[in-house]
Design a protein around this ligand. Structure first.
Ligand SMILES: [Zn+2]
Length: 96
């Protein structure tokens, strides 16, 4: 994962999660997960680094290895935050 996320902010009380492609298991991002629930969305500012260049504001998160679409970027208006909505079953995640 060679791209640092320029929007990254440290989140207290979060756990580090390794998120990989559900199709080919290529590592996608290192994420600060809050809570133990399933990974349904990923806030952009909680992504530590990735194999995708997030400074380019990609609207779709695409696996650089197998080219599958993994997630779609949205702005959550109520919170005024950018997030990726995870496509169902497209990502594999585990706590480090
Ligand atoms: Zn893949």
């Amino acid at each position: 994962m060679r791209y640092k996320n320029p929007h990254y902010q440290r989140v207290r009380g979060s756990s580090t999660m390794l998120v990989s492609c559900g199709h080919c298991r290529n590592n996608i991002v290192l994420y600060q997960k809050v809570g133990k629930g399933a990974l349904l969305r990923m806030y952009v500012e909680r992504i530590v680094k990735g194999s995708v260049d997030l400074s380019q504001k990609p609207g779709l998160l695409i696996c650089p290895h197998c080219k599958e679409q993994l997630a779609m970027r949205v702005t959550l208006r109520r919170k005024n935050k950018e997030a990726y909505i995870v496509k169902r079953g497209a990502l594999h995640s585990r706590f480090l």
